[in-house]
Design a protein around this ligand. Sequence first.
Ligand code: ADP
Length: 457
Amino acid sequence: MHRITIKWLFTILGIMILGLVLLGTVSYQVITTHYQSYTKFNLINQAVSFTEILKVDFDRKTLQHIAEIEAKPSSTVFVFSPQGDLLTSSQTSYSPLLSIAQNWVRQHPNQKVIESELEGTRLILAKNPIHRGKSLLGTVVVVTDLTWVDNTLQSLQGMLLLAGLGALLVASGLGLLLSRSVVRPILDVIQTIGHLAKGNYEVRMYEEGKDELALLTQQVNQLAESLSYYQSSRREFLSHVAHELRTPITYLKGYASLLQNPQIQHDRAQKLTTIIVDQSNRLDQLVNDLMTLSRLDEGQIKLKKVKVSLRQLLEKITEEMKPRAEQLGVKLDLSISSPLYLSIDIQRFHQIMMNLIDNAFRYSNGKGTITIHAQKKLKEIIVQVKDEGIGMTQKELDRIWERFYRVEKSRSRHTGGSGLGLSIVKHLMKLHKGRIEVKSTPNEGTTFRLYFPNHIR
Ligand code: ADP
C-alpha cells in the first residue's frame, strides 16, 4: 500500500474512532440518567399512591393488603410508625434492607429519595409521609433494586460496542476506496511528470470528471502540450536558422575559392567580390534579426519612449530611402495631414518603418508608387505604408507573421529577405501597445497599417 493511502486511511479511522467514542459516551450517559430518573419518578409515585390509600383507611387490614400487593422480588414496601417502628412490610422475613430503610426514616425524615447499596446491588428508596389532617400517621417507604436497569445498560453497552466495531469496519472499507480514488490520480500525475522530465512530451493523462483532481489532470496535459509545442517549434526554428545560414555561407565559400585562383581576371574578381560583400551583408542582417527576435522573446528590449513630431520623423526616413527608390525606379511619397505628435521609441520606430518600406521596395518589382501616410483617428494614430507591387493572396496573408515564412521561398531569397522582418515588426508594435494590420490584393499592391495609441493631446 502507498504511504499516502496509509496516511489517508489512518486519518479517516482516527476521526471515526474519536467520533464513535464521543457519541457512545454521551449516549450512554444520557440513557443511564434517563433510566435512573424514570425509576425514581415511578418509585415516588408508588409511595404517594400507597399514602393516598392509607390516608383513608389506616388499619391493620389495609396495611396487610398493601404489603401483599407489593410482594415482588425486585421491589419492597415498608410502612413505619411516626417513631420509625415497622408497621408492615412486603417482605416476610427480616432483611438488611429493613434496617437501611428504618435508619433513613429515622435520621432523614424530610428526604424524599436516596440511592443506596446492599451487597453489591444498587438500590433506590423513596418515601412519603401519611398525614391525616395535621397528625402524622406514619411513613411509606418503597425500595427497588436497580439490577434490571444495570442489566439493560450492560446489554446497551454491548450493542454500542458492536455497532462501533461495525461502523469502523465499514469506515475502513470506505476509507480505503476513497483514498484509492484520490491517490490513484495523484500517482498518475507523478508518473506523467516523470515522463515529461525525461523529455517524453507525447504522454497525456486520461481526463475524467470535473473536480479538482480532474483540473490537475487537465493542467498536466496542458503543460505536456505546451512543452511538446515548445520542443517542435524549437526544432523547427533551429532547422530554419541552419537552412538560412547555409545559403550565404555556400556562396561565400564558393566565390572565395574562385578568388583564390591567381589567374582570375580583374573584372571577374570584382564581380565575385561584390557578391561576397552582398552575401556577408545578408548574413549580418540575418544574425541581427535573430538577435533582435531572441531579445524580444526574452523581454530584454525595453522601449525608450519620447514625444516626437511624426512629420519630422517620417520626413527624415523618407529622405533616407529616396536614393534607393530612385535606384529601383519606384516613386516614394509622404502625405501627412496635420502636425502629429507621438510618444515612441525612435530607434524601434525607425526599425519598423525600414522593414515595411524595405518590403514595399522588394515586392514592387521596380514600378509604382510607395505612399507613406499618417493620420489621427479617435484615440489612435495610424501610419500607413502602401505599395502597388505584387501583393498577396488571403492564404499567404494569414501566414506572413510566422517566423521564416516567405510567400515564395525562391523569390524572396532572391530579393534578400529572411522571413523574420514582419515577426519583429509585430513584436515591436506590441511593445508600443499598438497593433499592425495588412490588406493586400495580388498584382495590385499591399497596405500595412500601424496603429499607435494616442496618449498625447
Ligand atoms: P522578408 O524578409 O522575407 O521580407 P518578412 O517577414 O518581412 O520577411 O515578410 C514575410 C513575407 O511576406 C515576405 O517573404 C513576402 O513574401 C511577404 N511580404 C511582406 N511584405 C510584402 C509586400 N509589401 N508585398 C508583397 N509581399 C510582402
